[in-house]
Design a protein around this ligand. Structure first.
Ligand SMILES: Cc1ncc(COP(=O)(O)O)c(C=O)c1O
Length: 477
């Protein structure tokens, strides 16, 4: 592949783009249960217009594009109002959930360091086992230690366990509203009280639910409090590019006061390029994402977001009810909102084999481990296809049940083995090799649907060899 020599026509390039997207996950049909948040109506067209109006502008310098600074400020204030904050609450926009969580970790790490000038070791993030993976990334980037709060049977963090963990190295506590793997809400009230008593800030990761839960409350669903109404909540993140239906690249991160947000900021006075200030992680901050977020909130308002919340609620209830009626399956916990996970109740029935069957019918299915389960995240456009999905799910379960060996074939076998390999460091090495393949000179994209990616086969082979060696070492009876 060489750098293009000549100019091309718009038409040629646009045609190529259309051709490139043919193999992508088919979200328009509703057969995709993650990654995108389609509304099924004209709203995205409007957001696209707003985005392209500010396509070129850059919020790197807030003095240059005052419009963007103003929009950022207004989005922050609107969100502070939505999350029942007082006037002292401040915040910034970021490029997404991961950036919001990375920044919250950086902020609390720096505060902890100031409070503990004689370091006692790495500061600790106390987080539920179900908290988002971005905290793992943050711990690696910012040199913190993760300590996991076990979950109860309903897949919610256990406050009694948190109480035991709140020592001098605890720099922050995390609660999710809801978490990604199971869609369940941690007991924010109890966790925040404990954290507050111990003088440790609590961050609510409402990246997923921030723009859904308040509107479910608005349509009469009773939910536990998760926002600034809870006294010990120090900060909260909520993604505009999820259930606020903005363009990708927008999340809001709010802190209870400037005494916290101050530690997120970066300023440098001696750079040859000039004096520099930066409120968040990125340098160039795309104007389009900020304008689209501002436009989406203003266009929809509480009324529009409640309408979508009702659609999501109805589709989720039907989906959950349908899954409950399949005797071979069960939901994990009792997810109140739009995200759910389900697994097999029969030891011999591989849920990954069910996923294989569903995939063969054109559904894009996310597989989870610990416990082995399948995942779904409902968007407003899912309403019309819930029945079709449930029919296919029932059929898939029946087919797998009829062929007990199905779990030992295809992707199911590999996923099953990879989830159970006890040597997680080895699996991690293989995952890193996948990244090297994806980003190596050939940019190889594994075709997950038709052939297992090499790392899984390699790791599985290594695992089997290792198991054989261990078996040889075992004393003979
Ligand atoms: C609970 C939760 N937090 C954080 C994130 C990270 O968001 P992003 O993918 O925008 O970085 C996600 C993404 O799904 C999430 O579900």
């Amino acid at each position: 592949m060489r750098f293009p020599q000549n100019e091309s026509t718009d038409h040629e390039i646009l045609q190529q783009l259309e051709a490139l997207r043919q193999g992508d996950a088919d979200w328009r049909s509703g057969k995709t249960w993650s990654l995108v948040y389609p509304t099924g109506d004209q709203h995205p067209d409007f957001v696209r217009q707003a985005h392209s109006l500010f396509f070129t502008e850059n919020a790197l310098n807030p003095m240059a594009f005052k419009s963007l600074k103003r929009m950022e400020h207004e989005v922050v204030r609107m969100c502070a109002d939505l999350f029942n904050a007082d006037r002292q609450v401040v915040g910034t926009l970021t490029s997404g959930g991961t950036e919001s969580l990375l920044l919250a970790v950086k902020t609390y790490r720096d505060i902890w360091r100031l409070r503990h000038p004689r370091r006692l070791g790495k500061p600790q993030i106390l987080l539920p086992e179900s908290a988002h993976i971005a905290f793992h990334k943050a711990a690696e980037y910012f040199d913190c230690q993760l300590r996991f709060i076990p979950l109860d049977a309903s897949m919610r963090a256990r406050p009694d366990e948190l109480r035991k963990m709140l020592g001098p190295r605890a720099m922050m506590v995390v609660a999710s509203a809801p978490n990604y793997p199971f869609g369940t809400l941690d007991p924010v009230d109890d966790m925040a009280r404990l954290a507050h008593q111990a003088g440790v800030p609590l961050h609510v990761d409402a990246c997923l639910g921030g723009f859904l839960l308040p509107f479910l409350e608005g349509i009469g669903q009773e939910l536990p409090r998760f926002d600034f109404r809870v006294p010990g909540v120090a900060s909260l993140s909520a993604d505009l590019h999820k259930y606020a239906y903005a363009a990708k690249g927008a999340s809001v991160l709010l802190y209870r006061g400037m005494d916290l947000l101050r530690h997120q900021f970066f300023a440098y006075a001696d750079w040859p390029g000039g004096m520099f200030i930066s409120p968040a992680l990125l340098g160039t901050r795309p104007g389009g994402a900020i304008a689209a977020a501002w436009a989406s909130l203003n266009r929809l308002g509480r009324q529009g977001l409640e309408r979508y919340a009702r659609q999501i609620h109805d589709a989720s209830q039907r989906l959950k009810e349908g899954i409950r009626q399949i005797p071979e399956l069960e939901l994990l916990g009792d997810p109140p909102a739009s995200v759910l996970a389900y697994r097999s109740r029969l030891p011999g029935l591989s849920i990954y084999a069910v996923a294989d069957r569903l995939q063969a019918k054109g559904w894009h299915i996310d597989r989870q481990q610990r416990p082995e389960s399948l995942h779904a995240m409902v968007s407003p456009h899912h309403g019309p296809i819930v029945d079709e999905f449930l029919r296919d799910l029932r059929e898939a379960v029946a087919q797998v049940k009829a062929r007990p060996g199905a779990g030992h074939k295809g992707q199911a076998a590999l996923y099953g083995m990879m989830a159970q390999i006890p040597l997680r460091g080895m699996v991690r090495q293989e995952l890193l090799k996948t990244l090297e393949a994806l980003y190596g000179p050939e940019g190889r994209i594994p075709d997950l649907a038709n052939q297992p990616p090499d790392w899984k086969t390699r790791a599985a082979a290594r695992f089997l060899r290792l198991r054989e060696k261990l078996a040889l070492l075992r004393p003979k009876p």
